[in-house]
Design a binder for this molecule. Structure first.
Ligand code: F6P
Length: 321
């Protein structure tokens, strides 16, 4: 009987529990594996902190946000002999293989461990959707839906008060959430890290809109955009004399139940990951390409970020101003 470890690392993300459930369910029923749930990501691997994970533990977790295993931003390779400690602890916890669910940092650790011959499989996770090698990550659709609903709500108050509402959304390195939710919510301008803007450009876009009779505006700003939301709001108020407010959506974008899309994607990823373990095909990450789940080398996922499509951004600019 083989023993498999499973962990979730980095920021939490809606759909993590769907992946855990799928991995454990198929692993037990099809392959007769035994599971150890490693607690708080790589921190648990450093400290041999785990709990048994059986059918009982995964029951009812599909619609739950967060991760039942807990998470942390611990990176063993930032600690002395961290890699060796993890390799040692694999033996100590009697793990035959490890499934690591996480973003760039977590999968970067997985990639280094794979090169140290650790039998490991990765599952991509981030609400930001900026992981290379996969068309979508689970969590993104949920975040986009939450932000779209927030934009709709802010619309009615913007309209009532004739205000410019600046909405800051997550995305440190990429504007996927800002662009998709901005398009879905009918934003009048979207600022993302991939693009450069000048204050004059933003002010004149809002002014133009007001000149054609629209006395409120919605500006969506990704947190990683080169001009931060407070500065944008201040500049717009100065430049147009329209009253302006800022809403920072923050961690609300990561909390709560995943959408049906993210539950299905997480489930498909989980099944594919445990199939890779069974096939002994290690050092890989599952990914969505088109509508197919495929396996790619972990190294491909962590060597660069996936930035937003220029084409989609250009399309969004049709609706600016
Ligand atoms: O990567 C996911 C993410 O939610 C980013 O969009 C955001 O910048 C970051 O995590 C926030 O991190 P923390 O939860 O540590 O504040």
């Amino acid at each position: 009987e083989k023993t498999i470890g499973i962990l979730t690392g980095g920021g939490d993300c809606p759909g993590l529990n769907a992946v855990i459930r799928a991995v454990v369910r198929k692993g037990i029923t099809a392959y007769r594996y035994r599971f150890r749930g490693i607690l708080k990501g790589w921190k648990g691997m450093m400290e041999c902190d785990w709990e048994p994970l059986g059918l009982e533990e995964i029951s009812g977790i599909l619609p739950k946000g967060g991760t039942i295993l807990g998470t942390s931003r611990t990176n063993p390779f930032k600690e002395e002999d961290g890699g060796e400690i993890v390799v040692d602890n694999m033996r100590r916890m009697k793990l035959d293989a490890l499934v690591a669910i996480g973003g760039e940092d977590t999968l970067g650790v997985a990639n280094k461990l794979a090169s140290m011959s650790v039998p490991i499989v990765g599952v991509p996770k981030t609400i930001d959707n900026d992981l290379n090698g996969t068309d979508y990550t689970f969590g993104f659709d949920t975040a986009v839906n939450i932000v779209t609903e927030a934009i709709d709500r802010i619309h009615t108050t913007a309209e009532s008060h004739n205000r410019v509402m600046v909405i800051e959304v997550m995305g440190r390195h990429s504007g996927w959430i800002a662009l998709h939710a901005g398009l879905a919510g009918g934003a009048d301008m979207i600022l993302i890290p991939e693009q450069k803007y000048t204050i004059q450009e933003i002010v004149s876009t809002i002014r133009k809109r007001h000149e054609r009779g629209k006395d409120f505006s919605i500006v969506v700003v990704a947190e990683g955009a080169q001009l931060v939301s407070e500065l944008v709001a201040h500049a717009v108020e100065e430049g147009t004399s329209y009253e302006t407010r800022v809403t920072v959506l923050g961690h609300l974008q990561r909390g709560g139940t995943p959408t049906a899309f993210d539950r299905v994607l997480g489930t498909r990823f989980g099944i594919a990951a445990i199939d890779l373990v069974h096939a002994g095909d290690f050092g890989k990450m599952v990914s969505l390409q088109g509508n197919e789940i495929v396996a790619i080398p972990l190294a491909e996922a962590v060597n660069q970020l996936k930035l937003v499509d220029q084409e989609l951004y250009d399309l969004a600019t049709v609706f600016f101003g």
